[in-house]
Design a binder for this molecule. Structure first.
Ligand code: SF4
Ligand code: SF4
Length: 436
């Protein structure tokens, strides 16, 4: 494990421009993007009071997100320690498979509007901002993760992504995994077949065979990260909450980009500190602050808008039933498998439990929302869909009914990545917090 602080200090002195140019990026546009994200990070995260000291690691991650981390991955590839960089956009792409085949898995940028005019030459205007964002980051050449990815793995989940990947396949080396949309014994078998096909495709890309030993180690690495996140999440049941929703969200966002072993160490340090804070009654918000469970569409970096509004309004987000939340870490892969086949099955089974709204019915998600709201002592549920996301918009009615039956106040929000609705959202959220 390396010392991240030293790395970042060294990174501050390093000239990253030749690296970005060699990746074919639009460097002046990228400078603008980094400037805007840096400003936003300062306003949203560094302005928080009473943050756990261990969240400093997250500041280091963001400082190096487009610089030091990219160099680290490229250096690993150059030295042969890693074979290829493999990007993806969805929780359904098993990181264990990429790692076991010698690759570095990365989540690709999709949390901000970029090059929208260019995107709308290829995709309809009424497309969800997450999809437009990843197309815009590619068309605008401002994402060093996609530019350094040797292979991008898409997944046939929602209709928007499915069709957008047909376009993305004209831009990058792409492989798309098929995801069923119902949960039953037959579709599980189909999914196991897809997982095997994916493993073969990744092996072909990296030139490295997945062995029982490499797969076992990769399962343990990913599970250790999940165990650390579970520990941190459990501390948020305390009142006052020891860590903000913003920092918790950023921790999961970092998990898609940062070195897994180093990040796991940092999350365990955050969990240690938050367990102590919970025992001492130390919080990031005052005791009695209104506690919110977030559920809905994922929030990719740098989409911090809604959490910032909730927490600036005096609430505190204590849990996230989302792909940038509990769905990422709540279930582990069974570690008892000994052969590659057994372990691929265990991976398929674990990922099949991710309750994306593409599944019908999606009762597991509804049960998780109510269970989490109770376990984390939430006062209310805020359910959010990105604009034009039919799946989460439609499922919000079922979520609302379940919240009502459980006696938990509920609010639904539809938003995008722009700031135009920030004032209106603040007013609605303040009113919601008031009535809790
Ligand atoms: S919400 Fe569904 S499509 Fe989106 S990342 Fe999660 S599993 Fe993938
Ligand atoms: S937010 Fe909805 S429409 Fe957008 S990519 Fe995710 S599931 Fe698809």
């Amino acid at each position: 494990m390396s010392d991240n602080t030293n790395e970042t200090t060294a990174a501050a002195e390093y000239d990253f421009y030749p690296m970005w140019e060699s990746l074919g990026m639009d460097v002046p546009a990228h400078d603008m993007l980094l400037g805007a994200v840096g400003q936003m990070f300062g306003d949203v995260f560094l302005a928080q009071e009473n943050r756990p000291a261990s969240t400093d690691y997250l500041n280091q991650v963001v400082a190096g997100i487009h610089s030091g981390r990219i160099k680290e991955m490229l250096d690993k590839k150059a030295s042969g320690e890693a074979k290829k960089i493999v990007g993806s956009f969805c929780l359904y792409v098993p990181e264990e498979i990429v790692i076991a085949a010698g690759g570095i898995p990365v989540g690709l940028c999709s949390g901000a509007d970029w090059a929208t005019d260019k995107v709308e030459e290829h995709l309809p205007r009424a497309t969800c901002p997450l999809i437009k964002s990843f197309a815009g980051f590619k068309l605008g050449s401002v994402c060093p993760y996609i530019e350094s990815s040797d292979l991008v793995i898409g997944e046939n989940t929602c209709d928007g992504k499915k069709k957008a990947y047909e376009f993305m396949a004209t831009q990058v080396n792409m492989y798309t995994v098929d995801i069923p949309n119902v949960h039953n014994a037959q579709t599980l078998e189909l999914w196991k077949g897809e997982v095997r096909k994916l493993a073969e495709r990744v092996e072909q890309e990296t030139g490295q065979k997945i062995t029982a030993e490499s797969l076992k180690a990769a399962i343990k690495l990913a599970n250790d990260k999940r165990r650390a996140l579970q520990r941190l999440s459990a501390t948020r049941a305390a009142d006052p909450a020891p860590i903000s929703g913003l920092d918790s969200l950023l921790t999961v966002q970092a998990a898609f980009m940062d070195d897994a072993e180093r990040l796991t160490g940092a999350i365990n340090a955050m969990a240690d500190e938050c367990e102590q804070r919970a025992a001492d009654g130390v919080g990031v918000a005052p005791k009695g602050a209104k506690r919110i469970l977030y559920t809905g569409t994922p929030m990719a970096v740098p989409n911090w808008k809604l959490f910032n509004i909730i927490e600036k309004a005096g609430g505190v987000v204590v849990g996230e039933e989302a792909c940038t939340g509990s769905r990422y870490y709540k279930d582990l892969v069974d570690e008892s498998g000994e052969t590659v086949d057994e372990m691929l099955d265990a991976i398929a089974e674990r990922y099949f439990g991710i309750n994306c709204a593409i599944f019908t019915p999606n009762d597991g998600r509804i049960e998780d929302i109510v269970r989490m709201a109770r376990e984390l002592n939430a006062d209310g549920i805020i359910d959010c869909s990105l604009q034009f996301c039919t799946l989460y918009e439609m499922e919000s009615f079922t979520v609302e009914k379940a919240a009502e039956q459980a006696g938990i106040p509920f609010m639904h929000i539809t938003t995008d990545y722009a700031n135009e609705d920030a004032g209106q959202l603040t007013t609605r959220i303040e009113a919601f917090l008031e009535m809790l």
